[in-house]
Design a protein around this ligand. Structure first.
Ligand code: ZN
Length: 577
């Protein structure tokens, strides 16, 4: 319903401008009570919009929000303390009329510049906050904006506080020329120090975030969130269209496009923003650290006798290698996401490799394991055909490995242990995978994981196929479920390469030593976890109950080791092989 069909703009008897309704009993609705949605054109009551996070009740479109209202929406009432108000620009180009322009805007908006910074609490957690306001020269970044952000970040570093910046910007401020460009370096450099101090930075992108701001502070978050459908991009759509002389596809440079292309961790609806920020802050609280409640655990050293006696607690059903291969591939076998749901709480998924895509064959994020923050990464097959296609049957692309690595490096920054669930027939073999460097991506993961300075545990829950599995299993310990497999490649591939006959897969499975039992005896894996038969989602708990207690054990043993000791032990583990 278009506003113009129902209401007619006119001068009211009071002398103010307003609307006359053409089809309602009420003759006059004063301006200020009504707004016209610039997305769907509907007439909407201003009060309704205000009470609903500035979202159109008709089409769900998002209105731009003033900085102070944004702060109200995401912080605890009365906790915001503003910093650095009243810094003045030096008008570096002596640009004519610029200072007057700023003064007019200051009077009109009540803002002193295009960003508001300060300290506040979110569900009790203290944060440093910066919020851009589009009313002020499209929140372009001049020296005052850069200075306020840099000061806020520096103070956050000093006081060891997380930073949250709500970006919205047309980019650099043309009136300040090269000085504006330098703000990109200034803000980024301040954030680098903040990050090097091991502190959390959450960037929230709102409509529109473009130009120099996307090429600096907006894209540097440990976690990057965006509001739905926000325009986010380096070059504006008009500039791109003029350059390439083509119409851009619908949805280009919108939040959803960025998510798909791996540049943001997630899209968050405005009403959920505070709660989402609160959850991320909670998962990054410094005092949480690595400390499970349990007292002294046994030492990490285990005797050979111990290994032989107790650890191989699997049933003695006589399953052949090939039987295990088939079992590991059963499509009703629990998948990565099932373990995440069952073993952890407060899981929040983070998306994307920040380079090219968000690979759905790998799920990763942060969660609590018995109250301790951990990074969880799972190779994920689907639970039905549709989901399997979406997840590429658990065959990751380079983007998936790069996402996993990004999350592992983040875990290292925040001193969180990493728990990986491995279940892949192998890394994806395809044209695009090669173009984007599948081999490089796997190599990089193995290389970086070998030196990761936090505990890393990998559990093979189904198929452990080749380098695609090792890229998530260069760990302190690798465990296997009883009927999972781990091998140089699939038995079909093995038979095909060695015997030029892929139909001899069953025979190959017999000689490859790919069962959990074989690998345990060879010292390739540390634990084998018994499975019920048949093993499905129905009796998943029988496995996770055992896994959970073993994981707790693992985390207390390895959590007490120094970074150097961890890296050395992992080095030695593979050095022996
Ligand atoms: Zn609307």
């Amino acid at each position: 319903m278009k506003l113009d069909n129902v209401f007619k703009k006119t001068r009211l008897s009071s002398g103010r401008k307003g609307y006359i309704s053409l089809n309602s009993a009420r003759p006059e609705v004063p301006e200020g009570l009504l707004r016209k949605c610039n997305k769907c054109g509907s007439a909407i009551i201003a009060e309704d919009v205000k009470n609903d996070y500035y979202i159109c009740p008709k089409c769900g479109g998002y209105f731009r929000v003033h900085a102070y209202r944004r702060i109200q929406m995401v912080t605890d009432a009365g906790t915001f303390e503003e910093w650095d108000r009243g810094l003045a620009t030096r008008n570096p180009l002596e640009y004519k009329g610029y200072e007057e322009k700023l003064r007019t805007l200051q009077e009109k908006t009540g803002l002193d510049e295009a960003v508001v910074t300060g300290r506040a609490r979110i569900d009790g957690t203290e944060v440093v906050l910066g919020v851009c306001d589009g009313r002020f020269l499209m929140a372009s970044m001049g020296e005052v904006v850069g200075e306020k952000i840099a000061r806020a970040v520096e103070r956050a570093t000093q006081e060891r506080l997380p930073v949250i910046l709500f970006a919205c910007s047309g980019g650099a401020r043309m009136q300040e020329g090269i000085v504006s460009l330098m703000q990109m370096a200034k803000t980024s450099a301040a954030l680098k120090r903040h990050s090097d101090a091991g502190l959390l930075y959450i960037s929230v992108l709102t409509d529109p975030t473009t130009g120099g701001v996307t090429a600096s502070f907006a894209m540097l978050g440990d976690v990057i969130l965006a509001e739905p459908k926000a325009l986010i991009g380096f070059a504006g759509p008009r500039v791109i269209e003029q350059t390439i002389r083509q119409k851009l596809p619908k949805g280009f440079q919108r939040s959803e496009f960025l998510l798909e292309h791996g540049f943001i961790d997630g899209i968050v609806e405005r009403p959920q923003m505070k709660q989402t920020l609160s959850q991320i802050l909670m998962l990054h609280k410094e005092e949480r650290g690595v400390s499970l409640e349990s007292a002294a655990w046994e030492s990490a050293e285990r005797s050979t006798e111990d290994r032989e006696a107790g650890k191989l607690s699997v049933s003695n059903r006589l399953a052949s290698g090939w039987d295990r291969v088939l079992l590991s591939r059963m499509n009703d076998r629990p998948v990565g996401s099932d373990y995440i749901r069952e073993l952890f709480t407060d899981f929040i998924e983070f998306h994307g490799d920040r380079y090219y895509a968000d690979d759905k064959a790998i799920i990763g994020g942060v969660a609590l394991f018995r109250g301790m923050p951990v990074t969880v990464i799972a190779q994920a097959k689907g639970t039905n055909t549709k989901e399997n296609i979406e997840r590429n049957f658990g065959m990751p692309s380079p983007d998936g490995y790069r996402k996993a690595l990004r999350l592992m490096k983040q875990a290292e920054k925040f001193h969180r242990p990493v728990i990986c669930f491995v279940d892949t027939p192998g890394a994806f073999c395809g044209l695009e995978a090669e173009e984007r460097g599948q081999g490089e991506a796997i190599a990089r993961n193995i290389y970086e994981m070998s030196g990761l300075r936090v505990p890393v545990l990998s559990v093979i829950i189904g198929e452990g196929g080749s380098g695609g599995a090792l890229a998530m299993a260069t760990a302190d310990e690798v465990w296997m479920l009883e009927n999972s497999i781990y091998s140089i490649l699939s038995p079909e591939g093995f038979a095909s390469i060695l015997w030029k006959d892929s139909s001899k897969a069953e025979e190959a499975a017999g000689v490859m030593r790919l069962t959990a039992e074989d690998l345990y005896r060879m010292g390739i894996v540390e634990e084998v976890i018994a499975e019920p038969a048949p093993y499905t989602i129905e009796n998943l708990k029988e496995v996770t109950r055992v896994l959970e207690s073993k994981m707790e054990h693992f985390l207390s043993r390895y959590g007490n080791m120094s970074k150097e000791e961890l890296a050395q032990r992992r080095y030695d583990r593979f050095r022996r092989m």
